[in-house]
Design a protein around this ligand. Structure first.
Ligand code: ADP
Ligand code: MG
Length: 318
């Protein structure tokens, strides 16, 4: 199959190239041409997923496609941006039709949810790796940066943590692949970028980040960027009953605070906004979890004996 034929067959479906009036020229020329909505700022991010590093070599191609797009989109969700377009740079050892069909389906199913258009890419031969660049937009000044947290702000997370770390264990250990642990596996293989939070959080968030490296690591990025610290309430960190039943309380807690790949959002709001946020989230049937407070003292308090070398034990407040 020629490169051109491969692109036409697998990446030019109506789903991947939906009718969007802002795409003046999509796949097929040297560049895509896009009209950015008037008065908006373009928001851009790129992520590469490498076989054997970011996903198992023999993973289902559907999941590889879904995940590669999801992790990139999650960065847009973390900035409060509206997703719109993306490009795909694919490096493949060989152009196997069945693999490409399923890969393209995984990407399409997620892309369709948000009506985003694939506007271009690159296809090369080599070790399997998938790079997705996403573009979206925000009103000027409305993006949620890492640098906006202030002492007194409340720290929230958008869902149970450690799910994907647990899911990776399930993927790597087939004896754990039981019906009761499928939700963990899904969290790892098919993360959901949290655009569903956008309307509730819009205009209320002071700082935000998506949890890709692990809750503490990512919270630390916000603290450093904002020049603040945090006090956490470990008893409030959301952990699912499946994670606890599979790994026990302590290990589940360790996974929740340090496991990566969850793609939940961690965000900060002023305490004055708490009530309106919670009312709004309730109306949208969203569950949000307050897990601590921003302070002026650098560092994270509330967890004892945690350092980058690993986990010892935690001083629980309740
Ligand atoms: P060029 O050599 O000018 O970079 P290519 O031959 O690489 O062009 O690509 C031809 C067209 O197909 C371009 O519009 C490019 O954006 C698009 N394209 C290439 N690979 C992909 C892909 N994996 N997914 C989507 N579009 C792609
Ligand atoms: Mg090219």
């Amino acid at each position: 199959m020629s490169e051109f034929e491969l692109i036409r067959r697998y990446f030019c479906s109506e789903i991947l190239q939906p009718e969007r009036r802002d795409v003046c020229l999509g796949i097929g020329d040297d560049c895509a041409l896009i009209s950015v909505p008037e008065g908006k700022q373009l928001v851009v991010s790129v992520d590469t997923s490498v076989a054997g590093v970011h996903f198992p070599e023999d993973a289902d191609p559907y999941d590889i496609g879904w995940r590669a797009l999801a992790v990139s989109l999650s960065d847009l969700a973390a900035m409060g941006a509206k997703p719109a377009w993306f490009t795909l740079a694919l490096t493949l050892p060989e152009g196997k039709g069945e693999w490409l069909e399923s890969f393209s389906q995984g990407i399409s199913d997620l892309a369709r949810r948000f009506g985003i258009a694939l506007v271009g890419g690159d296809t090369t031969r080599g070790a399997l790796s998938v790079t997705v660049q996403v573009q979206g937009y925000v009103s000027p000044g409305a993006a949620w940066k890492r640098s906006g947290a202030k002492p007194g702000d409340l720290i929230y997370v958008s869902g149970p943590l450690g799910e994907a770390a647990g899911g990776l264990e399930v993927v790597l250990n087939p004896e754990l692949d039981l019906p009761e642990y499928q939700s963990l596996k899904q969290a790892y293989l098919r993360p959901e970028p949290r655009f569903d939070l956008l309307s509730s959080l819009s205009g209320r968030v002071r700082a935000a980040i998506d949890i890709s490296d692990g809750f503490l690591a990512d919270l630390n990025h916000v603290l450093k960027a904002s020049g603040v610290g945090a006090v956490l309430d470990p008893g409030r960190i959301p952990i699912s009953s499946s994670l606890k039943s599979l790994f026990g309380e302590d290990r589940a807690f360790e996974m929740a605070i340090s496991g990566g790949d969850d793609y939940q959002l961690c965000f900060m709001i002023s305490p004055k906004r708490r009530l309106e946020l919670e009312v709004c989230a309730d109306q949208c049937h969203l569950q949000l979890y307050p897990v601590g407070v921003i302070t002026s003292t650098p560092g994270i308090e509330g967890l004892n004996h945690f350092n980058s070398a690993g986990f010892d034990h935690f001083g629980r407040n309740n």
